[in-house]
Design a protein around this ligand. Structure first.
Ligand code: SF4
Length: 203
């Protein structure tokens, strides 16, 4: 497992997301929009969205129809528009229009679950949090790092085996590896740098 972890860190040395953002608020909005929507499409939407609603204060006062129209190419846009306005209102009412930097406060916000909260803590605030999405869970299981694909089990397994300094690079590396190499339906094992040592627990 040490060798597997080292190779992943060698191939994905820097923490990296494929979403565009400049601050925790933008990242939070982008993460909510990216659920069941590609990062590429999310980036197209947010480029315009952030010019009109750059902070929680502006978004809290958005008209539902205006915001909904701007994000209409995204799946579940009605729910997301509703959540983004409610979320921005909650930020302004409870956190002075800023994004809080604690897991407990983040998961109380509308539309924010554990995965979003942890990715936000890691990339918005530089904390050694571990965000577990479908790619992280799948790859962690296939390489034999986690006993199953349950997010809380995967998170614990990563925390127990990867040191704090490397956790964010590691889990974001698993996201990229899952998207581009260890794909859900047809993993590209022939092109994978773990090909000779991976237990390949594919089900
Ligand atoms: S060898 Fe195959 S199963 Fe293992 S991580 Fe690489 S692509 Fe995934």
């Amino acid at each position: 497992m040490d060798e597997i972890i080292q190779r992943i860190l060698k191939n994905y040395p820097e923490p990296k997301l494929e979403l565009n953002f400049n601050n925790p608020f933008e990242l939070l909005v982008a993460l909510i929009l990216s659920a069941r929507c590609t990062d590429k499409r999310t980036n197209i939407i947010t480029e315009k969205l952030f010019k009109i609603y750059p902070t929680a204060k502006e978004m809290a006062n958005a008209e539902f129809d205006d915001l909904n129209n701007l994000i209409s190419s995204c799946s579940m846009h009605n729910t997301k528009a509703k959540n983004l306005i409610a979320l921005s209102k909650a930020l302004c009412e409870k956190h002075n229009c800023e994004v809080p930097d604690s897991f407990e406060n983040l998961v109380k916000l509308p539309g924010v679950g554990a995965k979003t909260a942890n990715i936000l803590l890691a990339f918005g605030f530089g904390k050694p949090a571990v965000g577990v999405d479908t790619h992280v869970a799948r790859v962690a299981y296939r390489i034999g790092l986690s006993e199953n694909k349950k997010p809380e089990i995967v998170e614990d397994a990563i925390k127990q085996t990867v040191n704090k300094e490397n956790r964010v690079a590691f889990f974001s590396g698993l996201i990229l590896h899952g998207r581009h190499i260890c794909k859900a339906k047809k993993p590209l094992c022939d092109k994978c740098f773990l090909n000779d040592i991976c237990p390949r627990r594919i089900d």
